[in-house]
Design a protein around this ligand. Structure first.
Ligand SMILES: [Zn+2]
Ligand SMILES: [Zn+2]
Length: 652
């Protein structure tokens, strides 16, 4: 017998060799129908895998990431089976589950798969799923695996197998299709009830643009048709909120083929909005004793060799710029950190000077393949809301807490109430791949964990997810339609202070090395504005929105009064515009509601006589008539309340 421990710490005895499915069955027949995969001692397995040692387990249903993963990965195999039966001789690359669904990269040979073929493939998948074929796992020697895929003439699988160690290779077979795969998979195709193939794209084999371009087919599947229907509604909603579409409608940014791909041009309204965001952040940073610096867009190649960025970005990124006479080599700045390290080094530092907090809205450039570019979320030039905090090891926890405060303030002010945090720590056992002493790492990891506890953040701790140079804390927000975006990273770094030989004189009069924290709560201005647009559908909060109010005269007779109102509002820091088109008031209201301007101010005979405006608020309707001065106070108070910040909220 073996002991099986459940997530609630309850333990039960089962015969050795028991499977996840049998365990579920022993608990309830409904659970047995619902489980899709199982975690056994930290490893996700098939629910048909025998368990032969004492184990801590977790059963995964559709609602768990691990459950969906097994479901979608199995669906990728089903897609491949359908493709193989429709296009005999097709070759297969890889077919993983992704955050929403799965894809398979295939080499269709001389065939071209078109959007219009997707329905036929979907129907084939459903037909095959109804056969309820089992996913059968087999362990196989490297030689047999190579023989099998040589016979199939599938050079992609052969290449993958060549990279694997003998004794670790497994195949999964369902129906007539066999794939090289580690699993885990569903027991059979039975639960796959609804299929949608979403799109076709090109993808280079192994992400290498020098190699063959394969056809990538994206899809998603569900255990119920109703879930697929709901997902398609969500996709429609996401389309409406697409920041590229709204950014164009609201005249926030544009791209020009002459300037170049992936290089956004901020239009006046977008630039002003971005400036308001920057000022908003600068203000809190001032309260936290950050100091703004400005550094150039390029630096000598040598600088990035020291920092290690050349090794990371060098040959795969923009190539050096050479000066004709002196033969210097400059690189476009991929990161602001090296420049800030040089500012740290510009004079001797004492322990009393720390923490030194250097902030910059620094524009950086990274080469992205043109196929990877997407609106403002994947660009080649972007501005980070960057800061580097240089501190003593004993100051780490406090610095972390202060950065967390800033991040939480941003989430609150910009209305992201739903977020999760992940602490990324070292691998529990293998410490060799990390730079910095064990002692420092332990202190830093402890500092992050305690800072999160003291700020009452509920966090997920992931071992082995830290960068080689330090542990970090990441924030993920959920937007208004439930999509997750990564925003805000706080990263400890032992590497750059070492590489740049940064020092301070301690109270013991000895030289010490500071610790560095990189942090960018927005990430980049471009990406953040994109997320904000998609989150709000372009209905920005009042303090941020390009136009706060539009004045609508009922007829031309009141245009002069409307102009007077406009002037008063603009002189009182309210961003107002005038719609004096010769149109019916009903049409003006409808047109301006579409522009997502929060306040519509209607003026006619009565308003002019009384020195008033009639106020309509988007989404709330009529607010009645108000004196102009009262309205000004009202809006300014609303904005002020939105930006309220309590600095000493350490003990909330
Ligand atoms: Zn697989
Ligand atoms: Zn940095």
């Amino acid at each position: 017998m073996i002991n099986i421990t459940f997530p609630d710490s309850n333990t039960r005895e089962y015969p050795s060799g028991v499977t996840g499915y049998e365990i579920a069955q022993s608990l309830s027949s409904q659970l047995a129908r619902d489980i899709l995969s199982i975690t056994v001692n930290g490893q996700v397995l098939d629910i048909t895998s025998p368990i032969t040692t004492n184990a801590t387990i977790k059963l995964h249903k559709w609602d768990d990431v691990e459950g969906k993963h097994a479901f979608w990965h199995s669906s990728a195999h089903l897609l491949a089976e359908a493709l193989e039966s429709l296009y005999p001789g097709m070759k297969f690359g890889i077919g993983p589950a992704i955050e929403n669904g799965f894809y398979y990269d295939v080499d269709a040979g001389n065939e071209v798969i078109k959007e219009s073929d997707l329905v036929i493939i979907e129907n084939k998948m459903l037909e095959l799923a109804r056969l309820k074929n089992t996913y059968h796992r087999s362990d196989i020697s490297k030689k047999d695996a190579l023989d099998f895929f040589s016979q199939k003439n599938d050079e992609y699988k052969l290449e993958l197998i060549n990279d694997l160690t003998d004794g670790t290779i497994t195949l999964y077979k369902q129906g007539n299709f066999t794939d090289l795969c580690r699993g885990p998979h569903l027991p059979s195709t039975e639960p796959i009830k609804a299929v949608k193939l979403l799109s076709i794209a090109g993808a280079y084999w192994r992400g290498d643009e020098k190699r063959k371009q394969l056809t990538r087919i994206y899809g998603i599947t569900f255990p119920k048709q109703k879930l697929l229907d709901e997902y398609l509604v969500l996709l429609e909603e996401a389309k409406k909120r697409d920041h590229r579409k709204i950014g164009k409608e609201l005249e926030l940014f544009t791209f020009s083929a002459n300037v170049g791909q992936g290089l956004p041009l901020w239009l006046p309204k977008g630039a002003a909005l971005r400036e308001r965001l920057e000022n908003f952040l600068k203000k809190i940073q001032r309260e936290h004793d950050y100091q703004q610096v400005i550094t150039p867009h390029i630096g000598l190649k040598e600088l990035y060799v020291i920092s290690g960025h050349y090794a990371k970005y060098g040959k795969d990124s923009f190539q050096p710029i050479n000066t004709p006479a002196e033969g210097e080599e400059f690189l476009l700045k991929p990161m602001n950190c090296p420049h800030h390290c040089e500012i740290y080094k510009s004079k001797p530092r004492s322990y009393k000077d720390l923490p030194l907090r250097l902030a910059e809205f620094g524009t950086v450039y990274r080469y992205e393949q043109s196929g990877e570019l997407h609106g403002l979320t994947r660009v080649r030039g972007f501005t980070q809301d960057d800061a580097h905090l240089f501190c003593r090891p004993d100051q780490l926890k406090d610095e972390f807490k202060k950065v967390i405060d800033i991040v939480l303030y941003i989430f609150k002010t910009l209305d992201f109430p739903d977020f999760t945090c992940q602490v990324s720590l070292r691998d529990k056992t293998n410490h060799e791949k990390y730079i910095g002493s064990d002692d420092n790492w332990e202190k830093a990891e402890q500092a992050i964990i305690e800072a999160c506890e003291e700020k009452k953040l509920s966090t997920i701790i992931e071992y082995g997810e830290a960068a080689f140079y330090g542990p970090k804390l990441d924030f993920m927000v959920r937007d208004a339609i439930g999509r997750k975006w990564q925003l805000g990273t706080i990263q400890v770094d032992y590497n750059l202070p070492e590489r740049f030989e940064l020092e301070y004189i301690g109270s013991d009069n000895q030289k010490h090395r500071p610790v560095m924290i990189h942090r960018a709560p927005f990430g980049s201005m471009e990406r953040f504005v994109a997320v904000l647009i998609e989150h709000t559908a372009g209905k920005f909060p009042l303090w941020l929105t390009p136009e706060q109010a539009v004045i609508l005269p009922i007829s031309e007779k009141y245009n002069d009064y409307a102009k007077k109102v406009l002037k008063l509002l603009n002189n009182s820091d309210i961003r107002a515009v005038l719609d004096d088109r010769n149109e019916k008031i009903g049409k003006k209201i409808r047109d301006n509601e579409l522009k997502k301007i929060p306040y519509l101010l209607i003026v006619g005979e009565k308003e002019m006589e009384m020195n008033e405006i009639s106020v309509r608020k988007q989404g709330e309707g009529d607010k009645g008539a108000m004196k102009i001065t009262d309205y000004i106070d009202f809006v300014n108070t609303e904005v002020k309340n939105m930006l309220q910040y309590e600095i000493n909220n350490d003990n909330i």
